[in-house]
Design a protein around this ligand. Structure first.
Ligand code: 5AD
Ligand code: FES
Length: 349
């Protein structure tokens, strides 16, 4: 019996450290039983920080003039991909802002080349692209797509995620279902502790992960960026302070553990946002409380510093090689192994 939404809500409010240890141990057991001890490495390539959207929380939103913009060339992307292969990663994740300079055919060509020349799974995380783009990239060989729905509360979503200028609001849940229909493994997730997020809505977010039968779920703390409306408090959703979820490390572990109990088979990363809150042991604690994936950064260092969706991001000044060593060491130190192969959940029919 998967965990119910009312139990999720009770656990989110739990403060007793002894009981929380029981929750974490149960999440670790369920992780071990369902997805094993392997930790899959997904090499993250931040291919462009150009974005046409105005998400109220995100540092690379279109109207942050302080950001110097970049887009990697095909050759730069393929160099990162070759590094992923050399380091033994099973997956290349291409992530960007919603950048329509990333053309349908251009990216399809790159995806096809990766699939033709490497054994990697290809994951895309490129925002709310039109159906024709998603279908073309799937046809070119892309395996997975990540699109966090950010919150299941429609009123809060409307505040933090305004529609593109002149466009109707989009429905990320509908896009996720469409991705599944196209045969992608679909991933989603939320930020923890966004202003205006109540315990009740966060419990509903986690229940929604299970209802959508997601293959991948990313959850990490909300980290305020001063150059954004939400981070500078120019936008402040009304909420009873007793109902506001904190954007804390402790809350992140609860959500990771509950996500594992709600979705035993899912691939769940220990996120960079969590590592940013606790650079010493955040990644490891995430892996010991439900997570089974990490995403070492492959973006060339000169671009990496420009992909600042939130401040003080972990790994911002490390090289791909440093992240590779760091993560493999951390995985071994907690008695887990680096996953072999693509580490997918398996193709949909
Ligand atoms: N703090 C934490 N996470 C953030 N993201 C974007 N901005 C922030 C922030 N300020 C997350 C969003 C997005 C993912 C790529 O990064 O959930 O979907
Ligand atoms: Fe990048 Fe540890 S993962 S330095």
């Amino acid at each position: 019996m998967p965990i119910s939404e009312s139990d999720i809500l009770r656990w989110l409010r739990e403060e007793d450290p002894v009981r929380l240890e029981e929750l974490f141990a149960e999440a670790d057991r369920v992780r071990h039983e369902n997805v094993g001890d392997a930790v899959h490495l997904r090499g993250l390539i931040e291919i462009s920080n150009i974005c046409c959207r105005r998400c109220a929380y995100c540092g690379i939103r279109v109207d942050n003039p302080a950001v110097e913009r970049y887009r990697l060339s095909r050759e730069e992307i393929m160099n990162c991909v070759r590094e992923a292969v050399a380091y033994g990663y099973g997956t290349a994740v291409m992530q960007a802002g919603e950048d329509y300079g990333i053309g349908r055919e251009w990216l399809a060509g790159i995806i096809a080349e990766i699939k033709r020349t490497t054994p990697l799974a290809v994951t895309l995380s490129l925002g709310e692209r039109p159906d024709e783009d998603l279908a073309a990239w799937r046809a070119a060989g892309a395996d997975r797509y990540l699109l966090r729905f950010e919150t299941s509360d429609p009123a809060l979503y409307a505040i933090i995620h305004p529609p593109a200028p002149g466009k109707a609001p989009t429905d990320r849940i509908a896009i996720l279902r469409r991705l599944q229909e196209l045969g992608y493994e679909a991933g989603s997730g939320v930020m923890i502790g966004i202003p205006g997020q109540s315990y009740r809505s966060l419990a509903h977010d986690i229940a929604t992960f299970a209802a959508l039968d997601l293959d991948m779920i990313g959850v990490g703390p909300y980290l305020p960026h001063p150059e954004t409306p939400l981070g500078s408090r120019a936008v402040a959703p009304a909420i009873d302070p007793a109902e506001q979820v904190p954007n804390s490390e402790a809350m992140t572990y609860k959500v990771l553990a509950l996500t594992r109990l709600a979705c035993p088979q899912a691939n769940i990363p220990s996120t960079t946002a969590l590592a940013t809150l606790n650079t010493v042991s955040g990644r490891e604690l995430g892996l010991q409380r439900g997570a089974n994936v990490v995403m070492p950064n492959l973006t060339p260092p000169q671009y990496r510093v420009l992909y600042e969706i939130y401040p003080a991001k972990a790994c911002i000044s490390e090289t791909a090689e440093q992240c590779q060593r760091c993560l493999e060491g951390r995985i071994r130190a907690i008695g887990r192994q680096v996953g072999q192969g693509q580490g997918g959940r398996g193709r949909r029919a």
